[in-house]
Design a protein around this ligand. Structure first.
Ligand SMILES: Cc1cc2nc3c(=O)[nH]c(=O)nc-3n(C[C@H](O)[C@H](O)[C@H](O)COP(=O)(O)O)c2cc1C
Length: 209
Protein backbone atom coordinates (compact mmCIF):
# COMPACT_ATOMS: atom_id res chain seq x y z
CA UNK A 1 0.00 0.00 0.00
CA UNK A 2 2.80 2.36 1.00
CA UNK A 3 4.65 1.68 -2.27
CA UNK A 4 1.46 2.47 -4.26
CA UNK A 5 1.15 5.81 -2.49
CA UNK A 6 4.78 6.57 -3.28
CA UNK A 7 4.23 5.85 -7.00
CA UNK A 8 1.13 8.10 -7.11
CA UNK A 9 3.02 10.97 -5.42
CA UNK A 10 6.00 10.53 -7.74
CA UNK A 11 3.75 10.57 -10.84
CA UNK A 12 1.90 13.69 -9.64
CA UNK A 13 5.21 15.45 -8.99
CA UNK A 14 6.33 14.56 -12.52
CA UNK A 15 3.16 16.02 -14.07
CA UNK A 16 3.34 19.17 -11.95
CA UNK A 17 6.98 19.69 -12.90
CA UNK A 18 5.60 20.67 -16.32
CA UNK A 19 3.38 23.32 -14.73
CA UNK A 20 4.45 26.77 -13.69
CA UNK A 21 4.98 27.40 -10.01
CA UNK A 22 2.31 29.43 -8.32
CA UNK A 23 -0.55 28.54 -10.64
CA UNK A 24 -3.59 27.19 -8.82
CA UNK A 25 -4.64 24.75 -11.47
CA UNK A 26 -2.64 22.03 -13.16
CA UNK A 27 -2.26 24.24 -16.25
CA UNK A 28 0.62 23.23 -18.51
CA UNK A 29 3.45 25.78 -18.50
CA UNK A 30 2.93 26.60 -22.19
CA UNK A 31 -0.63 27.79 -21.53
CA UNK A 32 0.60 29.90 -18.64
CA UNK A 33 3.20 31.56 -20.89
CA UNK A 34 0.55 32.30 -23.54
CA UNK A 35 -1.92 33.78 -21.06
CA UNK A 36 0.59 35.98 -19.19
CA UNK A 37 2.45 37.47 -22.18
CA UNK A 38 1.90 41.16 -22.68
CA UNK A 39 3.61 43.83 -24.75
CA UNK A 40 6.62 45.40 -23.02
CA UNK A 41 7.82 48.74 -24.36
CA UNK A 42 10.34 49.77 -21.70
CA UNK A 43 13.53 47.87 -20.85
CA UNK A 44 16.44 48.34 -18.45
CA UNK A 45 19.06 48.49 -21.22
CA UNK A 46 20.84 45.23 -20.31
CA UNK A 47 22.14 43.19 -23.23
CA UNK A 48 20.36 39.93 -24.03
CA UNK A 49 22.89 37.07 -24.04
CA UNK A 50 23.49 35.50 -27.45
CA UNK A 51 22.43 32.10 -26.12
CA UNK A 52 19.00 33.45 -25.16
CA UNK A 53 18.64 35.18 -28.51
CA UNK A 54 19.38 31.87 -30.24
CA UNK A 55 16.77 30.10 -28.09
CA UNK A 56 14.24 32.78 -29.05
CA UNK A 57 15.15 32.48 -32.74
CA UNK A 58 14.88 28.70 -32.50
CA UNK A 59 11.29 29.18 -31.29
CA UNK A 60 10.67 31.50 -34.25
CA UNK A 61 11.95 28.90 -36.68
CA UNK A 62 9.75 26.21 -35.09
CA UNK A 63 6.63 27.95 -36.44
CA UNK A 64 4.37 26.35 -39.04
CA UNK A 65 4.61 27.62 -42.63
CA UNK A 66 2.65 26.98 -45.82
CA UNK A 67 4.21 24.02 -47.64
CA UNK A 68 6.94 24.18 -44.99
CA UNK A 69 8.76 26.83 -47.04
CA UNK A 70 10.08 28.54 -43.85
CA UNK A 71 10.38 31.98 -45.50
CA UNK A 72 11.47 33.74 -42.28
CA UNK A 73 14.76 35.59 -42.19
CA UNK A 74 15.94 37.54 -39.15
CA UNK A 75 18.11 40.59 -38.70
CA UNK A 76 19.30 40.75 -35.09
CA UNK A 77 20.60 44.06 -33.77
CA UNK A 78 22.62 44.02 -30.56
CA UNK A 79 24.87 47.05 -31.07
CA UNK A 80 23.49 49.92 -28.97
CA UNK A 81 24.96 52.64 -31.19
CA UNK A 82 23.48 51.04 -34.29
CA UNK A 83 20.10 50.73 -32.59
CA UNK A 84 20.19 54.40 -31.53
CA UNK A 85 21.20 55.41 -35.05
CA UNK A 86 18.35 53.46 -36.66
CA UNK A 87 15.54 54.09 -34.15
CA UNK A 88 16.63 57.02 -31.94
CA UNK A 89 14.89 59.64 -34.07
CA UNK A 90 11.70 57.68 -34.75
CA UNK A 91 8.32 57.25 -33.09
CA UNK A 92 8.55 56.20 -29.39
CA UNK A 93 12.34 55.66 -29.58
CA UNK A 94 12.63 54.48 -25.96
CA UNK A 95 10.99 51.14 -26.78
CA UNK A 96 13.95 50.44 -29.09
CA UNK A 97 16.83 52.29 -27.49
CA UNK A 98 16.25 50.76 -24.03
CA UNK A 99 16.06 47.21 -25.46
CA UNK A 100 18.89 44.71 -25.14
CA UNK A 101 18.37 43.51 -28.70
CA UNK A 102 16.03 43.97 -31.64
CA UNK A 103 14.88 41.17 -33.90
CA UNK A 104 13.55 42.25 -37.27
CA UNK A 105 11.41 39.42 -38.59
CA UNK A 106 11.62 39.43 -42.37
CA UNK A 107 10.06 37.28 -45.05
CA UNK A 108 11.53 35.93 -48.25
CA UNK A 109 8.69 36.80 -50.63
CA UNK A 110 9.79 34.39 -53.39
CA UNK A 111 10.76 30.74 -53.21
CA UNK A 112 12.26 28.23 -55.61
CA UNK A 113 10.01 25.51 -56.96
CA UNK A 114 9.75 23.06 -59.85
CA UNK A 115 7.09 24.05 -62.41
CA UNK A 116 3.87 22.20 -61.54
CA UNK A 117 3.90 18.60 -62.82
CA UNK A 118 7.44 18.85 -64.24
CA UNK A 119 9.72 17.13 -61.72
CA UNK A 120 12.70 17.12 -64.12
CA UNK A 121 12.54 20.83 -64.98
CA UNK A 122 14.95 23.25 -63.27
CA UNK A 123 13.66 25.14 -60.25
CA UNK A 124 12.25 28.60 -60.87
CA UNK A 125 11.34 31.49 -58.53
CA UNK A 126 7.67 31.73 -57.52
CA UNK A 127 5.80 34.28 -55.40
CA UNK A 128 5.19 33.08 -51.85
CA UNK A 129 1.75 34.56 -51.15
CA UNK A 130 1.80 33.15 -47.62
CA UNK A 131 5.06 34.73 -46.46
CA UNK A 132 3.53 37.17 -44.01
CA UNK A 133 1.28 34.56 -42.41
CA UNK A 134 4.26 32.26 -41.98
CA UNK A 135 6.40 35.05 -40.55
CA UNK A 136 3.59 36.18 -38.23
CA UNK A 137 3.56 32.69 -36.73
CA UNK A 138 7.33 32.96 -36.24
CA UNK A 139 6.95 36.43 -34.68
CA UNK A 140 4.37 35.19 -32.16
CA UNK A 141 6.64 32.30 -31.21
CA UNK A 142 9.41 34.85 -30.64
CA UNK A 143 7.20 36.95 -28.34
CA UNK A 144 6.22 33.86 -26.36
CA UNK A 145 9.76 32.50 -26.10
CA UNK A 146 11.07 35.88 -24.90
CA UNK A 147 8.37 35.96 -22.21
CA UNK A 148 9.07 32.34 -21.23
CA UNK A 149 12.71 33.35 -20.63
CA UNK A 150 11.63 36.19 -18.33
CA UNK A 151 12.27 38.86 -20.95
CA UNK A 152 9.87 41.40 -22.40
CA UNK A 153 9.13 42.14 -26.05
CA UNK A 154 6.68 43.94 -28.29
CA UNK A 155 5.62 43.47 -31.91
CA UNK A 156 6.02 46.82 -33.67
CA UNK A 157 4.71 47.35 -37.14
CA UNK A 158 6.64 46.84 -40.33
CA UNK A 159 4.89 45.46 -43.44
CA UNK A 160 2.58 46.64 -44.96
CA UNK A 161 3.49 50.09 -43.60
CA UNK A 162 6.11 50.45 -46.33
CA UNK A 163 6.99 54.02 -45.29
CA UNK A 164 8.44 52.47 -42.10
CA UNK A 165 9.87 49.40 -43.75
CA UNK A 166 11.60 50.74 -46.84
CA UNK A 167 14.15 53.06 -45.13
CA UNK A 168 14.95 50.35 -42.57
CA UNK A 169 15.40 47.71 -45.28
CA UNK A 170 17.72 50.02 -47.15
CA UNK A 171 19.77 50.95 -44.07
CA UNK A 172 20.24 47.28 -43.21
CA UNK A 173 21.02 46.14 -46.75
CA UNK A 174 18.04 43.77 -46.85
CA UNK A 175 17.63 42.32 -50.35
CA UNK A 176 14.70 43.39 -52.54
CA UNK A 177 12.86 40.06 -52.32
CA UNK A 178 12.99 40.09 -48.50
CA UNK A 179 10.50 42.31 -46.60
CA UNK A 180 10.61 43.25 -42.91
CA UNK A 181 7.31 42.13 -41.34
CA UNK A 182 7.85 43.47 -37.83
CA UNK A 183 10.43 44.88 -35.48
CA UNK A 184 10.63 43.25 -32.05
CA UNK A 185 12.62 44.99 -29.30
CA UNK A 186 13.54 42.50 -26.57
CA UNK A 187 15.05 43.04 -23.16
CA UNK A 188 14.77 42.91 -19.41
CA UNK A 189 11.43 44.60 -18.61
CA UNK A 190 11.44 47.98 -16.86
CA UNK A 191 7.66 47.94 -16.59
CA UNK A 192 5.20 45.36 -15.37
CA UNK A 193 1.82 45.82 -17.08
CA UNK A 194 -0.91 43.29 -16.32
CA UNK A 195 -1.79 40.97 -19.19
CA UNK A 196 -5.06 42.00 -20.84
CA UNK A 197 -8.03 39.70 -20.42
CA UNK A 198 -9.19 39.21 -24.01
CA UNK A 199 -11.48 36.23 -23.45
CA UNK A 200 -14.75 37.00 -25.21
CA UNK A 201 -17.18 34.15 -25.82
CA UNK A 202 -19.10 36.36 -28.30
CA UNK A 203 -16.22 35.87 -30.75
CA UNK A 204 -16.92 32.14 -30.93
CA UNK A 205 -19.58 30.54 -33.09
CA UNK A 206 -20.05 26.90 -32.19
CA UNK A 207 -21.10 24.64 -35.07
CA UNK A 208 -22.72 27.55 -37.05
CA UNK A 209 -22.40 31.39 -37.14
C1 LIG B 1 0.48 43.72 -36.50
C2 LIG B 1 0.80 44.39 -35.19
C3 LIG B 1 1.35 45.65 -35.20
C4 LIG B 1 1.68 46.29 -34.01
N1 LIG B 1 2.33 47.48 -34.05
C5 LIG B 1 2.72 48.08 -32.90
C6 LIG B 1 3.52 49.26 -32.95
O1 LIG B 1 3.88 49.75 -34.03
N2 LIG B 1 3.89 49.82 -31.76
C7 LIG B 1 3.54 49.26 -30.56
O2 LIG B 1 3.92 49.82 -29.52
N3 LIG B 1 2.81 48.12 -30.49
C8 LIG B 1 2.41 47.51 -31.62
N4 LIG B 1 1.73 46.31 -31.58
C9 LIG B 1 1.40 45.71 -30.28
C10 LIG B 1 -0.08 45.88 -29.94
O3 LIG B 1 -0.35 47.23 -29.65
C11 LIG B 1 -0.44 44.95 -28.77
O4 LIG B 1 -0.17 43.62 -29.10
C12 LIG B 1 -1.91 45.09 -28.40
O5 LIG B 1 -2.18 46.37 -27.85
C13 LIG B 1 -2.36 44.03 -27.40
O6 LIG B 1 -1.58 44.12 -26.22
P1 LIG B 1 -0.73 42.90 -25.66
O7 LIG B 1 0.32 42.55 -26.68
O8 LIG B 1 -0.13 43.41 -24.38
O9 LIG B 1 -1.66 41.76 -25.43
C14 LIG B 1 1.40 45.66 -32.76
C15 LIG B 1 0.84 44.37 -32.75
C16 LIG B 1 0.57 43.74 -33.95
C17 LIG B 1 0.02 42.32 -33.93
Amino acid sequence: MKSHLFIVIALAAGVLAGCKEGSNEAVPAAMDVIMTRTSIRSFNGEAVPREQLETILKAGMAAPSAMNVQPWRFVVLTDKDRIAELFGGGFRPEAYTSAGAIIIVCGQTKYMRKPWGQPDAPEEPAENIFWYEDCSAAAENILLAAHALGLGAVWTAGYPAMERVAPLAEALGIPEDVTPLCIIPIGVPAENPAPKDKWNPDNIHWDKW
